[in-house]
Design a protein around this ligand. Structure first.
Ligand SMILES: Nc1ncnc2c1ncn2[C@@H]1O[C@H](COP(=O)(O)OP(=O)(O)OP(=O)(O)O)[C@@H](O)[C@H]1O
Length: 583
Protein backbone atom coordinates (compact mmCIF):
# COMPACT_ATOMS: atom_id res chain seq x y z
CA UNK A 1 0.00 0.00 0.00
CA UNK A 2 1.35 3.46 -0.88
CA UNK A 3 2.33 5.72 2.02
CA UNK A 4 -0.30 8.32 1.13
CA UNK A 5 -3.03 5.67 1.24
CA UNK A 6 -1.77 4.44 4.61
CA UNK A 7 -1.82 7.99 5.93
CA UNK A 8 -5.36 8.52 4.69
CA UNK A 9 -6.37 5.23 6.40
CA UNK A 10 -4.80 6.46 9.64
CA UNK A 11 -6.68 9.75 9.40
CA UNK A 12 -9.87 7.82 8.74
CA UNK A 13 -9.28 5.74 11.92
CA UNK A 14 -8.68 8.98 13.85
CA UNK A 15 -11.62 10.93 12.44
CA UNK A 16 -14.28 9.75 14.94
CA UNK A 17 -11.97 10.76 17.81
CA UNK A 18 -10.80 14.10 16.42
CA UNK A 19 -11.93 15.96 19.55
CA UNK A 20 -9.69 14.02 21.95
CA UNK A 21 -6.85 14.05 19.43
CA UNK A 22 -7.16 17.86 19.12
CA UNK A 23 -7.21 18.33 22.91
CA UNK A 24 -4.14 16.11 23.20
CA UNK A 25 -2.28 18.06 20.52
CA UNK A 26 -3.24 21.44 22.04
CA UNK A 27 -2.00 20.17 25.41
CA UNK A 28 1.32 19.22 23.79
CA UNK A 29 1.47 22.69 22.24
CA UNK A 30 1.09 24.28 25.69
CA UNK A 31 3.62 21.88 27.23
CA UNK A 32 6.17 22.80 24.59
CA UNK A 33 5.43 26.52 24.95
CA UNK A 34 6.08 26.22 28.69
CA UNK A 35 9.11 24.05 28.00
CA UNK A 36 10.63 26.94 26.06
CA UNK A 37 9.49 29.64 28.48
CA UNK A 38 10.83 28.04 31.71
CA UNK A 39 14.53 28.01 30.58
CA UNK A 40 14.13 31.74 29.77
CA UNK A 41 13.03 32.33 33.40
CA UNK A 42 16.03 30.28 34.59
CA UNK A 43 18.25 32.39 32.33
CA UNK A 44 16.92 35.59 33.95
CA UNK A 45 17.50 34.08 37.39
CA UNK A 46 21.11 33.18 36.52
CA UNK A 47 21.71 36.66 35.09
CA UNK A 48 20.33 38.30 38.26
CA UNK A 49 22.42 36.03 40.45
CA UNK A 50 25.51 37.01 38.43
CA UNK A 51 24.87 40.65 39.51
CA UNK A 52 24.17 39.87 43.17
CA UNK A 53 24.11 36.34 44.62
CA UNK A 54 20.99 36.62 46.83
CA UNK A 55 17.77 34.54 46.93
CA UNK A 56 15.67 37.71 47.29
CA UNK A 57 16.72 38.66 43.78
CA UNK A 58 15.10 35.60 42.28
CA UNK A 59 12.32 34.54 44.68
CA UNK A 60 9.47 35.66 42.37
CA UNK A 61 11.18 33.98 39.45
CA UNK A 62 11.49 30.76 41.46
CA UNK A 63 7.77 30.87 42.32
CA UNK A 64 6.95 31.35 38.64
CA UNK A 65 9.26 28.52 37.63
CA UNK A 66 7.67 26.15 40.16
CA UNK A 67 4.14 27.12 39.10
CA UNK A 68 4.82 26.81 35.38
CA UNK A 69 6.73 23.56 35.83
CA UNK A 70 3.80 22.08 37.84
CA UNK A 71 1.30 23.27 35.22
CA UNK A 72 3.48 21.73 32.52
CA UNK A 73 3.52 18.45 34.43
CA UNK A 74 -0.28 18.34 34.73
CA UNK A 75 -0.85 19.32 31.12
CA UNK A 76 1.66 16.70 29.96
CA UNK A 77 -0.31 14.04 31.89
CA UNK A 78 -3.53 15.29 30.28
CA UNK A 79 -1.95 15.12 26.80
CA UNK A 80 -0.97 11.50 27.40
CA UNK A 81 -4.43 10.59 28.69
CA UNK A 82 -6.06 12.12 25.60
CA UNK A 83 -3.68 10.77 22.98
CA UNK A 84 -3.22 7.28 24.46
CA UNK A 85 -7.01 7.21 24.91
CA UNK A 86 -7.41 7.84 21.18
CA UNK A 87 -5.15 4.83 20.52
CA UNK A 88 -7.36 2.66 22.74
CA UNK A 89 -10.55 3.96 21.08
CA UNK A 90 -9.19 3.18 17.61
CA UNK A 91 -8.17 -0.28 18.86
CA UNK A 92 -11.76 -0.85 20.02
CA UNK A 93 -13.21 0.40 16.70
CA UNK A 94 -10.89 -1.74 14.59
CA UNK A 95 -11.51 -4.94 16.54
CA UNK A 96 -15.22 -4.32 16.24
CA UNK A 97 -14.98 -3.61 12.49
CA UNK A 98 -12.86 -6.68 11.81
CA UNK A 99 -15.21 -8.95 13.73
CA UNK A 100 -18.31 -7.50 12.07
CA UNK A 101 -16.64 -7.84 8.68
CA UNK A 102 -15.70 -11.47 9.33
CA UNK A 103 -19.32 -12.18 10.27
CA UNK A 104 -20.32 -11.10 6.74
CA UNK A 105 -17.82 -13.36 4.97
CA UNK A 106 -18.91 -16.63 3.37
CA UNK A 107 -17.64 -19.99 4.71
CA UNK A 108 -15.26 -20.45 1.74
CA UNK A 109 -13.30 -17.37 2.94
CA UNK A 110 -12.46 -19.22 6.16
CA UNK A 111 -11.36 -22.24 4.17
CA UNK A 112 -8.52 -20.15 2.68
CA UNK A 113 -7.74 -17.87 5.64
CA UNK A 114 -6.70 -19.69 8.77
CA UNK A 115 -8.34 -18.80 12.09
CA UNK A 116 -4.90 -18.29 13.68
CA UNK A 117 -3.88 -15.74 11.05
CA UNK A 118 -7.17 -13.84 11.37
CA UNK A 119 -6.90 -13.84 15.18
CA UNK A 120 -3.35 -12.53 15.03
CA UNK A 121 -4.44 -9.71 12.69
CA UNK A 122 -7.38 -8.81 14.92
CA UNK A 123 -5.20 -8.72 18.04
CA UNK A 124 -1.46 -8.25 17.51
CA UNK A 125 -1.81 -6.02 14.41
CA UNK A 126 -4.57 -3.94 15.97
CA UNK A 127 -2.28 -3.53 18.97
CA UNK A 128 0.43 -2.13 16.70
CA UNK A 129 -1.98 0.44 15.31
CA UNK A 130 -2.93 1.42 18.85
CA UNK A 131 0.74 2.01 19.62
CA UNK A 132 1.16 3.99 16.43
CA UNK A 133 -1.81 6.22 17.18
CA UNK A 134 -1.00 6.60 20.87
CA UNK A 135 2.72 6.56 21.41
CA UNK A 136 4.00 7.37 17.90
CA UNK A 137 1.63 10.26 17.27
CA UNK A 138 2.32 11.73 20.72
CA UNK A 139 6.03 11.35 20.28
CA UNK A 140 6.10 12.68 16.69
CA UNK A 141 3.96 15.71 17.49
CA UNK A 142 5.94 16.35 20.64
CA UNK A 143 9.26 16.18 18.74
CA UNK A 144 7.93 18.47 16.04
CA UNK A 145 6.71 21.07 18.54
CA UNK A 146 9.92 20.75 20.53
CA UNK A 147 11.95 21.71 17.45
CA UNK A 148 9.57 24.36 16.15
CA UNK A 149 9.38 26.13 19.53
CA UNK A 150 12.93 25.63 20.72
CA UNK A 151 15.02 26.36 17.63
CA UNK A 152 13.94 29.99 17.06
CA UNK A 153 14.63 30.84 20.73
CA UNK A 154 18.02 29.07 20.58
CA UNK A 155 18.88 30.98 17.38
CA UNK A 156 17.87 34.20 19.14
CA UNK A 157 20.35 33.41 21.92
CA UNK A 158 23.26 32.40 19.69
CA UNK A 159 23.09 31.60 15.99
CA UNK A 160 26.52 29.97 15.69
CA UNK A 161 26.26 27.85 18.89
CA UNK A 162 22.83 26.63 17.82
CA UNK A 163 24.05 25.72 14.33
CA UNK A 164 27.12 24.01 15.80
CA UNK A 165 24.95 21.91 18.14
CA UNK A 166 22.74 20.93 15.20
CA UNK A 167 25.71 19.82 13.09
CA UNK A 168 25.09 16.18 14.08
CA UNK A 169 21.46 16.16 12.93
CA UNK A 170 22.10 15.49 9.23
CA UNK A 171 23.97 12.31 10.29
CA UNK A 172 21.03 11.35 12.46
CA UNK A 173 18.50 11.77 9.65
CA UNK A 174 20.75 9.91 7.23
CA UNK A 175 20.92 6.98 9.68
CA UNK A 176 17.14 6.90 10.01
CA UNK A 177 16.79 6.97 6.22
CA UNK A 178 19.35 4.17 5.91
CA UNK A 179 17.53 1.89 8.36
CA UNK A 180 13.90 2.63 7.61
CA UNK A 181 13.29 0.16 4.72
CA UNK A 182 15.14 -2.60 6.52
CA UNK A 183 13.11 -2.02 9.70
CA UNK A 184 9.83 -2.13 7.78
CA UNK A 185 10.68 -5.40 6.00
CA UNK A 186 11.89 -7.00 9.22
CA UNK A 187 8.79 -5.84 11.08
CA UNK A 188 6.59 -7.33 8.38
CA UNK A 189 8.46 -10.66 8.69
CA UNK A 190 7.84 -10.68 12.46
CA UNK A 191 4.10 -10.13 11.99
CA UNK A 192 3.92 -12.96 9.42
CA UNK A 193 5.74 -15.34 11.78
CA UNK A 194 3.35 -14.43 14.64
CA UNK A 195 0.45 -15.33 12.33
CA UNK A 196 2.09 -18.67 11.44
CA UNK A 197 2.47 -19.55 15.12
CA UNK A 198 -1.10 -18.54 15.96
CA UNK A 199 -2.39 -20.66 13.07
CA UNK A 200 -0.47 -23.72 14.27
CA UNK A 201 -1.55 -23.34 17.91
CA UNK A 202 -5.17 -22.87 16.87
CA UNK A 203 -5.16 -25.91 14.55
CA UNK A 204 -3.30 -28.18 16.97
CA UNK A 205 -5.59 -27.35 19.87
CA UNK A 206 -8.62 -28.18 17.70
CA UNK A 207 -7.05 -31.42 16.52
CA UNK A 208 -5.45 -32.46 19.85
CA UNK A 209 -7.30 -35.80 19.98
CA UNK A 210 -6.04 -36.67 16.49
CA UNK A 211 -2.47 -35.73 17.42
CA UNK A 212 -2.65 -38.15 20.33
CA UNK A 213 -4.36 -40.97 18.43
CA UNK A 214 -1.64 -40.87 15.77
CA UNK A 215 1.11 -40.23 18.37
CA UNK A 216 2.21 -37.15 16.46
CA UNK A 217 3.24 -35.11 19.51
CA UNK A 218 6.90 -35.22 18.52
CA UNK A 219 6.20 -34.11 14.92
CA UNK A 220 3.92 -31.32 16.09
CA UNK A 221 6.48 -30.27 18.70
CA UNK A 222 9.07 -30.08 15.93
CA UNK A 223 6.73 -28.15 13.62
CA UNK A 224 6.05 -25.70 16.44
CA UNK A 225 9.75 -25.41 17.30
CA UNK A 226 10.48 -24.59 13.63
CA UNK A 227 7.91 -21.84 13.51
CA UNK A 228 8.94 -20.58 16.93
CA UNK A 229 12.56 -20.49 15.79
CA UNK A 230 11.56 -18.59 12.63
CA UNK A 231 9.82 -16.04 14.86
CA UNK A 232 12.85 -15.84 17.14
CA UNK A 233 15.14 -15.27 14.15
CA UNK A 234 12.85 -12.61 12.72
CA UNK A 235 12.67 -10.92 16.13
CA UNK A 236 16.44 -11.08 16.61
CA UNK A 237 17.08 -9.57 13.18
CA UNK A 238 14.69 -6.74 13.99
CA UNK A 239 16.21 -6.27 17.44
CA UNK A 240 19.70 -6.11 15.89
CA UNK A 241 18.69 -3.30 13.56
CA UNK A 242 16.84 -1.45 16.31
CA UNK A 243 19.66 -1.89 18.80
CA UNK A 244 22.14 -0.51 16.30
CA UNK A 245 20.01 2.45 15.29
CA UNK A 246 18.65 3.64 18.63
CA UNK A 247 21.92 4.00 20.57
CA UNK A 248 23.47 5.68 17.53
CA UNK A 249 20.67 8.27 17.48
CA UNK A 250 20.86 8.71 21.26
CA UNK A 251 24.66 9.05 21.11
CA UNK A 252 24.53 11.63 18.32
CA UNK A 253 21.91 13.62 20.25
CA UNK A 254 24.21 13.71 23.30
CA UNK A 255 27.04 14.99 21.12
CA UNK A 256 24.97 18.21 20.68
CA UNK A 257 25.16 18.81 24.45
CA UNK A 258 28.94 18.31 24.42
CA UNK A 259 29.31 20.80 21.60
CA UNK A 260 27.35 23.45 23.57
CA UNK A 261 29.35 22.80 26.76
CA UNK A 262 32.66 22.88 24.91
CA UNK A 263 32.03 26.00 22.77
CA UNK A 264 29.85 27.72 25.43
CA UNK A 265 32.40 27.43 28.23
CA UNK A 266 35.10 28.91 25.96
CA UNK A 267 32.75 31.83 25.20
CA UNK A 268 31.95 32.40 28.88
CA UNK A 269 35.65 32.40 29.62
CA UNK A 270 36.31 35.13 27.05
CA UNK A 271 33.19 37.07 28.13
CA UNK A 272 31.31 36.84 24.82
CA UNK A 273 28.42 34.72 26.24
CA UNK A 274 26.44 35.59 29.40
CA UNK A 275 26.20 32.58 31.80
CA UNK A 276 22.37 32.83 31.70
CA UNK A 277 22.36 32.35 27.91
CA UNK A 278 24.73 29.42 28.26
CA UNK A 279 22.49 27.68 30.84
CA UNK A 280 19.39 28.34 28.69
CA UNK A 281 21.11 26.95 25.58
CA UNK A 282 22.21 23.87 27.49
CA UNK A 283 18.67 23.32 28.79
CA UNK A 284 17.27 23.70 25.27
CA UNK A 285 19.68 21.20 23.78
CA UNK A 286 18.83 18.81 26.62
CA UNK A 287 15.14 19.37 25.83
CA UNK A 288 15.80 18.19 22.30
CA UNK A 289 17.93 15.19 23.27
CA UNK A 290 15.08 13.11 24.70
CA UNK A 291 12.56 13.42 21.83
CA UNK A 292 15.37 12.97 19.35
CA UNK A 293 16.65 9.87 21.10
CA UNK A 294 13.06 8.59 21.11
CA UNK A 295 12.89 9.07 17.35
CA UNK A 296 14.12 5.50 16.83
CA UNK A 297 11.27 4.04 18.91
CA UNK A 298 8.81 6.36 17.20
CA UNK A 299 9.97 5.22 13.79
CA UNK A 300 9.64 1.55 14.78
CA UNK A 301 6.20 2.12 16.23
CA UNK A 302 5.27 3.92 13.02
CA UNK A 303 6.62 1.20 10.76
CA UNK A 304 5.11 -1.56 12.84
CA UNK A 305 1.81 0.30 12.54
CA UNK A 306 2.26 0.71 8.77
CA UNK A 307 2.76 -3.04 8.29
CA UNK A 308 -0.26 -3.71 10.46
CA UNK A 309 -2.45 -1.23 8.56
CA UNK A 310 -1.70 -3.22 5.38
CA UNK A 311 -2.49 -6.52 7.11
CA UNK A 312 -5.75 -5.25 8.57
CA UNK A 313 -6.87 -3.50 5.40
CA UNK A 314 -6.29 -6.78 3.52
CA UNK A 315 -9.11 -8.21 5.62
CA UNK A 316 -11.37 -5.18 5.52
CA UNK A 317 -11.12 -4.58 1.76
CA UNK A 318 -12.26 -8.07 0.75
CA UNK A 319 -15.91 -7.73 -0.07
CA UNK A 320 -18.21 -10.64 0.75
CA UNK A 321 -19.25 -12.52 -2.41
CA UNK A 322 -22.60 -13.52 -0.96
CA UNK A 323 -24.51 -10.41 0.02
CA UNK A 324 -27.72 -8.52 -0.55
CA UNK A 325 -27.90 -6.38 -3.69
CA UNK A 326 -30.02 -3.39 -4.68
CA UNK A 327 -32.71 -5.59 -6.27
CA UNK A 328 -33.03 -7.79 -3.18
CA UNK A 329 -36.58 -8.99 -2.51
CA UNK A 330 -37.99 -9.33 0.99
CA UNK A 331 -39.69 -12.63 1.77
CA UNK A 332 -41.27 -12.55 5.23
CA UNK A 333 -41.30 -15.87 7.07
CA UNK A 334 -45.10 -16.12 7.31
CA UNK A 335 -45.34 -16.03 3.48
CA UNK A 336 -42.93 -18.89 2.87
CA UNK A 337 -44.58 -22.17 1.81
CA UNK A 338 -41.35 -24.12 1.39
CA UNK A 339 -41.35 -25.12 -2.28
CA UNK A 340 -37.83 -25.63 -3.64
CA UNK A 341 -36.94 -25.74 -7.31
CA UNK A 342 -33.61 -26.27 -9.04
CA UNK A 343 -33.13 -25.59 -12.75
CA UNK A 344 -29.85 -26.73 -14.23
CA UNK A 345 -28.16 -26.04 -10.91
CA UNK A 346 -24.38 -26.31 -11.37
CA UNK A 347 -21.51 -25.44 -9.08
CA UNK A 348 -17.74 -25.74 -9.30
CA UNK A 349 -15.60 -24.96 -6.24
CA UNK A 350 -13.07 -22.17 -6.86
CA UNK A 351 -9.79 -23.69 -8.07
CA UNK A 352 -11.44 -27.03 -8.91
CA UNK A 353 -11.66 -28.39 -12.46
CA UNK A 354 -14.64 -30.70 -11.99
CA UNK A 355 -18.19 -29.64 -11.17
CA UNK A 356 -19.49 -30.63 -7.75
CA UNK A 357 -23.04 -30.10 -9.04
CA UNK A 358 -23.91 -30.52 -12.71
CA UNK A 359 -27.28 -29.58 -14.22
CA UNK A 360 -29.33 -30.63 -11.21
CA UNK A 361 -33.11 -30.32 -11.69
CA UNK A 362 -35.88 -30.96 -9.18
CA UNK A 363 -39.00 -29.57 -7.56
CA UNK A 364 -39.69 -30.32 -3.91
CA UNK A 365 -43.26 -29.57 -2.84
CA UNK A 366 -44.05 -27.73 0.41
CA UNK A 367 -44.07 -30.15 3.39
CA UNK A 368 -42.46 -32.91 1.34
CA UNK A 369 -39.65 -34.98 2.91
CA UNK A 370 -36.94 -35.84 0.40
CA UNK A 371 -34.02 -38.09 1.28
CA UNK A 372 -30.85 -37.62 -0.72
CA UNK A 373 -28.58 -40.63 -0.95
CA UNK A 374 -25.54 -41.43 -3.03
CA UNK A 375 -21.88 -42.23 -3.02
CA UNK A 376 -19.28 -40.31 -1.02
CA UNK A 377 -18.35 -37.09 -2.81
CA UNK A 378 -21.39 -37.20 -5.13
CA UNK A 379 -22.37 -33.59 -4.29
CA UNK A 380 -24.97 -34.03 -1.53
CA UNK A 381 -23.40 -31.54 0.92
CA UNK A 382 -22.75 -29.11 -1.90
CA UNK A 383 -26.45 -29.18 -2.73
CA UNK A 384 -27.33 -28.69 0.97
CA UNK A 385 -24.96 -25.70 1.19
CA UNK A 386 -26.33 -24.14 -1.99
CA UNK A 387 -29.91 -23.81 -0.71
CA UNK A 388 -29.20 -21.33 2.18
CA UNK A 389 -26.58 -19.66 -0.09
CA UNK A 390 -23.56 -20.74 1.89
CA UNK A 391 -22.04 -21.12 -1.59
CA UNK A 392 -21.88 -18.41 -4.20
CA UNK A 393 -24.23 -19.89 -6.77
CA UNK A 394 -25.24 -18.16 -9.99
CA UNK A 395 -28.69 -16.52 -10.28
CA UNK A 396 -31.54 -18.33 -12.01
CA UNK A 397 -30.74 -21.83 -10.73
CA UNK A 398 -32.40 -22.25 -7.35
CA UNK A 399 -35.81 -20.97 -6.29
CA UNK A 400 -37.74 -20.83 -3.01
CA UNK A 401 -41.50 -20.57 -3.65
CA UNK A 402 -40.61 -19.58 -7.21
CA UNK A 403 -38.34 -16.70 -6.15
CA UNK A 404 -34.69 -16.83 -7.20
CA UNK A 405 -32.79 -17.35 -3.93
CA UNK A 406 -30.00 -15.00 -5.03
CA UNK A 407 -32.63 -12.23 -5.08
CA UNK A 408 -34.12 -12.98 -1.64
CA UNK A 409 -32.77 -10.90 1.27
CA UNK A 410 -30.15 -13.13 2.91
CA UNK A 411 -31.65 -12.74 6.39
CA UNK A 412 -35.10 -13.76 5.06
CA UNK A 413 -33.74 -16.72 3.11
CA UNK A 414 -31.77 -18.01 6.06
CA UNK A 415 -34.63 -17.61 8.53
CA UNK A 416 -36.76 -19.69 6.17
CA UNK A 417 -34.18 -22.50 6.17
CA UNK A 418 -32.93 -24.42 9.20
CA UNK A 419 -29.78 -26.33 8.43
CA UNK A 420 -27.95 -28.99 10.41
CA UNK A 421 -24.48 -29.44 8.93
CA UNK A 422 -22.44 -32.64 9.09
CA UNK A 423 -20.19 -31.55 11.96
CA UNK A 424 -22.96 -30.54 14.45
CA UNK A 425 -20.92 -27.74 16.01
CA UNK A 426 -21.99 -26.66 19.51
CA UNK A 427 -20.95 -23.53 21.41
CA UNK A 428 -19.28 -23.76 24.83
CA UNK A 429 -22.39 -22.86 26.78
CA UNK A 430 -25.35 -24.72 28.32
CA UNK A 431 -27.36 -27.29 26.38
CA UNK A 432 -30.36 -24.98 26.76
CA UNK A 433 -28.53 -22.03 25.20
CA UNK A 434 -27.29 -24.24 22.39
CA UNK A 435 -30.81 -25.42 21.59
CA UNK A 436 -32.25 -21.90 21.67
CA UNK A 437 -29.31 -20.37 19.79
CA UNK A 438 -31.54 -19.29 16.89
CA UNK A 439 -34.11 -17.77 19.26
CA UNK A 440 -32.33 -16.88 22.53
CA UNK A 441 -35.51 -15.78 24.33
CA UNK A 442 -37.33 -19.12 23.96
CA UNK A 443 -38.88 -20.46 27.14
CA UNK A 444 -37.81 -23.69 28.85
CA UNK A 445 -41.02 -25.45 27.75
CA UNK A 446 -40.35 -24.76 24.10
CA UNK A 447 -36.73 -25.91 24.47
CA UNK A 448 -37.89 -29.15 26.08
CA UNK A 449 -40.57 -29.81 23.45
CA UNK A 450 -38.04 -29.52 20.64
CA UNK A 451 -35.58 -31.69 22.55
CA UNK A 452 -38.32 -34.33 22.84
CA UNK A 453 -38.93 -34.21 19.08
CA UNK A 454 -35.20 -34.59 18.50
CA UNK A 455 -35.22 -37.62 20.88
CA UNK A 456 -32.59 -36.10 23.19
CA UNK A 457 -34.76 -35.01 26.15
CA UNK A 458 -34.48 -38.27 28.22
CA UNK A 459 -30.68 -38.08 28.06
CA UNK A 460 -30.56 -34.39 28.99
CA UNK A 461 -32.64 -34.87 32.14
CA UNK A 462 -30.23 -37.59 33.22
CA UNK A 463 -27.36 -35.09 33.33
CA UNK A 464 -26.83 -33.65 36.87
CA UNK A 465 -27.40 -30.08 35.64
CA UNK A 466 -29.99 -31.16 33.04
CA UNK A 467 -30.59 -28.32 30.53
CA UNK A 468 -28.06 -26.11 32.35
CA UNK A 469 -25.23 -28.58 31.64
CA UNK A 470 -22.33 -26.72 30.06
CA UNK A 471 -20.98 -28.53 27.03
CA UNK A 472 -17.20 -28.27 26.55
CA UNK A 473 -15.63 -26.47 23.62
CA UNK A 474 -17.48 -27.47 20.41
CA UNK A 475 -19.64 -29.76 22.55
CA UNK A 476 -16.72 -32.06 23.37
CA UNK A 477 -18.32 -33.37 26.58
CA UNK A 478 -21.29 -34.89 24.72
CA UNK A 479 -21.29 -38.11 22.72
CA UNK A 480 -21.40 -37.83 18.91
CA UNK A 481 -25.06 -38.86 18.82
CA UNK A 482 -26.00 -36.46 21.64
CA UNK A 483 -24.23 -33.64 19.82
CA UNK A 484 -26.08 -34.43 16.61
CA UNK A 485 -29.49 -34.50 18.27
CA UNK A 486 -28.77 -31.27 20.20
CA UNK A 487 -27.83 -29.63 16.89
CA UNK A 488 -31.03 -31.03 15.39
CA UNK A 489 -33.14 -29.65 18.27
CA UNK A 490 -31.49 -26.27 17.67
CA UNK A 491 -32.58 -26.36 14.02
CA UNK A 492 -36.11 -27.52 14.90
CA UNK A 493 -36.65 -24.81 17.49
CA UNK A 494 -36.47 -21.95 14.99
CA UNK A 495 -39.46 -23.46 13.22
CA UNK A 496 -38.30 -22.64 9.71
CA UNK A 497 -40.49 -23.94 6.85
CA UNK A 498 -37.49 -25.71 5.27
CA UNK A 499 -35.20 -28.06 7.19
CA UNK A 500 -31.99 -29.49 5.74
CA UNK A 501 -30.22 -32.30 7.56
CA UNK A 502 -26.79 -33.06 6.10
CA UNK A 503 -25.94 -36.52 7.33
CA UNK A 504 -27.01 -35.09 10.67
CA UNK A 505 -28.13 -38.37 12.17
CA UNK A 506 -25.17 -40.54 11.22
CA UNK A 507 -24.29 -41.23 14.88
CA UNK A 508 -27.91 -42.06 15.75
CA UNK A 509 -29.24 -45.62 15.40
CA UNK A 510 -31.65 -46.39 12.53
CA UNK A 511 -34.68 -46.71 14.80
CA UNK A 512 -34.16 -43.32 16.46
CA UNK A 513 -33.36 -41.70 13.12
CA UNK A 514 -36.62 -43.05 11.64
CA UNK A 515 -38.57 -41.86 14.71
CA UNK A 516 -37.07 -38.39 14.37
CA UNK A 517 -38.00 -38.28 10.68
CA UNK A 518 -41.56 -39.24 11.54
CA UNK A 519 -41.68 -36.38 14.06
CA UNK A 520 -40.49 -34.00 11.37
CA UNK A 521 -42.91 -35.08 8.69
CA UNK A 522 -45.89 -35.47 11.02
CA UNK A 523 -47.74 -32.93 13.18
CA UNK A 524 -49.56 -29.79 12.19
CA UNK A 525 -46.55 -27.68 11.26
CA UNK A 526 -45.10 -29.86 8.53
CA UNK A 527 -41.86 -28.72 7.02
CA UNK A 528 -40.13 -29.30 3.74
CA UNK A 529 -37.30 -31.61 4.75
CA UNK A 530 -34.16 -32.43 2.80
CA UNK A 531 -32.59 -35.37 4.53
CA UNK A 532 -29.10 -36.31 3.33
CA UNK A 533 -28.12 -39.70 4.60
CA UNK A 534 -26.15 -42.89 4.16
CA UNK A 535 -28.77 -44.75 6.29
CA UNK A 536 -31.01 -46.28 3.66
CA UNK A 537 -33.60 -47.64 6.10
CA UNK A 538 -34.21 -44.08 7.36
CA UNK A 539 -34.24 -42.75 3.80
CA UNK A 540 -36.87 -45.34 2.87
CA UNK A 541 -39.46 -43.60 5.06
CA UNK A 542 -39.14 -40.31 3.12
CA UNK A 543 -41.84 -39.19 0.65
CA UNK A 544 -39.31 -39.31 -2.16
CA UNK A 545 -35.67 -40.23 -2.59
CA UNK A 546 -33.09 -38.53 -4.85
CA UNK A 547 -30.05 -40.58 -5.76
CA UNK A 548 -26.93 -38.58 -6.56
CA UNK A 549 -23.85 -39.62 -8.48
CA UNK A 550 -20.95 -37.46 -9.68
CA UNK A 551 -22.79 -34.17 -9.11
CA UNK A 552 -26.02 -35.27 -10.84
CA UNK A 553 -29.37 -36.60 -9.63
CA UNK A 554 -29.52 -39.96 -11.38
CA UNK A 555 -32.77 -41.31 -9.91
CA UNK A 556 -35.88 -39.83 -8.29
CA UNK A 557 -38.92 -41.56 -6.81
CA UNK A 558 -40.46 -43.24 -3.79
CA UNK A 559 -38.70 -46.14 -2.14
CA UNK A 560 -41.10 -48.59 -3.81
CA UNK A 561 -40.75 -46.97 -7.24
CA UNK A 562 -36.97 -46.98 -7.07
CA UNK A 563 -36.87 -50.63 -6.07
CA UNK A 564 -38.85 -51.49 -9.16
CA UNK A 565 -36.34 -49.98 -11.56
CA UNK A 566 -32.80 -51.18 -12.17
CA UNK A 567 -30.23 -48.62 -11.03
CA UNK A 568 -28.03 -47.37 -8.27
CA UNK A 569 -30.75 -47.30 -5.59
CA UNK A 570 -31.67 -50.95 -6.11
CA UNK A 571 -27.98 -51.92 -5.84
CA UNK A 572 -27.47 -49.80 -2.71
CA UNK A 573 -30.60 -51.27 -1.13
CA UNK A 574 -29.51 -54.88 -1.82
CA UNK A 575 -26.11 -54.12 -0.25
CA UNK A 576 -27.88 -52.54 2.72
CA UNK A 577 -30.06 -55.61 3.24
CA UNK A 578 -27.06 -57.95 3.16
CA UNK A 579 -25.33 -55.72 5.76
CA UNK A 580 -28.44 -55.81 7.97
CA UNK A 581 -28.53 -59.63 7.76
CA UNK A 582 -24.86 -59.86 8.67
CA UNK A 583 -25.30 -57.69 11.77
N1 LIG B 1 -14.52 -26.60 -0.24
C1 LIG B 1 -14.31 -27.39 -1.29
N2 LIG B 1 -13.39 -27.04 -2.21
C2 LIG B 1 -13.17 -27.81 -3.29
N3 LIG B 1 -13.82 -28.95 -3.54
C3 LIG B 1 -14.74 -29.36 -2.67
C4 LIG B 1 -15.02 -28.61 -1.49
N4 LIG B 1 -15.98 -29.25 -0.80
C5 LIG B 1 -16.28 -30.37 -1.52
N5 LIG B 1 -15.55 -30.43 -2.64
C6 LIG B 1 -15.60 -31.47 -3.68
O1 LIG B 1 -16.90 -31.45 -4.24
C7 LIG B 1 -17.37 -32.77 -4.47
C8 LIG B 1 -18.72 -32.98 -3.76
O2 LIG B 1 -18.49 -32.91 -2.37
P1 LIG B 1 -19.67 -33.03 -1.31
O3 LIG B 1 -19.12 -32.69 0.01
O4 LIG B 1 -20.82 -32.24 -1.80
O5 LIG B 1 -20.01 -34.59 -1.40
P2 LIG B 1 -21.00 -35.46 -0.51
O6 LIG B 1 -21.87 -36.20 -1.46
O7 LIG B 1 -21.69 -34.62 0.49
O8 LIG B 1 -19.99 -36.44 0.20
P3 LIG B 1 -20.15 -37.16 1.64
O9 LIG B 1 -21.17 -38.23 1.47
O10 LIG B 1 -18.80 -37.70 1.87
O11 LIG B 1 -20.53 -36.11 2.61
C9 LIG B 1 -16.28 -33.70 -4.01
O12 LIG B 1 -15.55 -34.11 -5.14
C10 LIG B 1 -15.44 -32.86 -3.09
O13 LIG B 1 -14.10 -33.26 -3.17
Amino acid sequence: MANSRRLSKLLAYLRPHWRDATFGIIALLIVNGLGVYIPLLIRSAVDRLSVEFSFNQIKYLVIQIVLFASAMWFIRIASRIWLFGVGRQVEFDLKQRIFEHLLKMEPSYFAINSAGDLISRATSDVDNIRRLLGFAVLSLVNTLFAYVFTLPVMLGLSVDLTLASLAVYPFMFFLVYLFSDRLRTQQSAVQERISDISALIQEDISGMALIKIYSQEENERRAFANRNRDLLEANLKLAKSRNTLFPLIGGLATVSSFIIIWLGSTRIANGSLPPGDFIALLLYVERLVFPTALLGFTITAYQRGEVSIDRIETILTVTPKIKDTQDTIELPLYQVKGKLTATNLSYTYPGSTTSALCDVNFTIAPSETVAIVGAIGSGKSTLANAVPRLLDIEPGQLFLDGVDITKIALADLRSAIAYVPQDSFLFSTTIKNNIRYGDPVSEQEQVENTAKMAQIHPEIINFPQQYETIVGERGITLSGGQRQRTALARAMLVNAPVLILDDALSSVDNQTATAILKNLSGGTQRKTVIFITHQLSAAASADRIFVMDKGKIVQKGTHAELLEQPGMYKTLWSQHQIEELLH
